[in-house]
Ligand binder design. Structure first.
Ligand code: FDA
Length: 309
């Protein structure tokens, strides 16, 4: 994290909202489910799949958690109605993980059942390390209750991840593997760029060895190359894994992966909460602000529209 990244983040709250909106619009589909569906349809047209995320993890009341659940139910219905190749990604805190009484687990189950009735799938995003145990517990419970259309996320920056893979082995989980976006202390997370990469490769190897379906979620060229080599060495068919990227990031590379015969899924966030979400994400992890600033400046300098990298 550089001084420039920190400076950008400190300046964010005074940046006019329309400017933040203009920058965020590349990464966020819009305010409404119709916006997310329209982006998903465009992605489908060029051979990419989507996963739709309703923005709004900072909720305080049961009413807000229900509203997020209902937005997801609307998303599942819209995906079905429009015949989109898209599933949903859900943060348990947005469904009420911090509220009492197992609210989040109940709402998640409702979504998983609804998704199953619509032949669809629910991915549980992974949040900060304080929530890892709870998230894995809720995932296991669903699987033990016989729900197959649900997957988890594991983060390669966490020191525990290889143990988690070993512990989940008997469930043969469907896993999105990513580096991890939250700022974590050295006791729980590797801090070095190379260490996180090496653990990503080790985790991917372990997951593929265990016969898991993996969503390889990275824009890091070294890891994309490593994953391509691993799936080729194992002679996996394109339906046995997928690559995943964020909306607006390395779009051209994602298209190249599609042309090379890989399945690629794009994470498509939408919602009224786009502004607080954008600020929070950037403030939590100033490195992302640095990427966006570099990318935005790069596009201005080349006078391009949506750049692909
Ligand atoms: P790295 O951070 O090294 O980025 C490689 C290159 O990609 C950068 O040099 C930059 O050019 C570009 N880049 C990366 N992120 C960018 C951005 N936001 N804007 C512009 N350029 C960017 N994390 C988590 O903790 N829990 C989760 O559930 C998820 N879910 C998830 C889903 C999907 C589909 C993806 C792709 C990622 C996540 N993540 C996540 C985020 C993930 O943990 C990680 O923070 C980012 O993907 C960045 O890591 P990379 O592997 O891309 O490498």
């Amino acid at each position: 994290m550089t001084l420039l990244d920190r400076a950008i983040v400190r300046a964010l709250p005074v940046v006019p909202k329309p400017v933040v909106q203009a920058i965020s619009s590349r990464y966020i589909a819009g305010r409404r489910i119709e916006d997310a569906c329209s982006v998903a349809a465009q992605l489908n047209e060029v051979g990419k799949m989507a996963t739709i995320d309703v923005l709004g993890e900072e909720i305080d009341t049961a009413h807000e958690a229900r509203a997020i659940r209902d937005s997801y139910l609307g998303a599942l219905a819209a995906i079905d109605l429009e015949g989109l190749d898209a599933n949903i990604s859900v943060k348990l805190s947005a469904l009420g993980l911090e509220l009492n009484g197992g609210v989040a687990a109940r709402h998640l189950r409702t979504l998983v059942v609804e998704a199953s009735e619509r032949a669809n799938f629910v991915r549980i995003d992974m949040e900060d390390s304080a929530r890892t145990d709870q998230t894995l517990r809720i995932y296991r419970k669903l699987r033990h209750a016989g729900h197959e259309n649900v997957g988890i996320v594991l983060q390669s920056y966490l020191r525990r991840t290889l143990d988690d893979i070993a512990g989940l082995g008997e469930l043969r989980p469907n896993v999105r593997l990513c580096k991890g976006i939250y700022v974590e202390p050295p006791e729980v997370a590797y801090q070095g760029y190379e260490e996180v990469r090496q653990n990503f490769v080790a985790a991917l190897e372990a997951l593929l060895d265990a016969g898991c379906y993996v969503g390889v979620a990275t824009h890091d060229e070294v890891l994309i190359d490593a994953a391509e080599r691993m799936v080729a060495a194992r002679e996996l068919g394109p339906e046995e894994y997928e690559f995943q990227m964020l909306l607006g990031v390395r779009e051209r590379r994602a298209s190249e992966l599609v042309s090379a015969g890989h399945r690629v899924r794009i994470y498509v966030p939408f919602g009224e909460e786009w502004y607080s979400y954008s600020l929070r994400r950037l403030q939590e992890n100033p490195k992302v602000a640095g990427y966006i600033a570099a990318d935005t400046i790069g596009r201005v300098l080349t006078l391009g529209g949506r750049s692909g990298r």
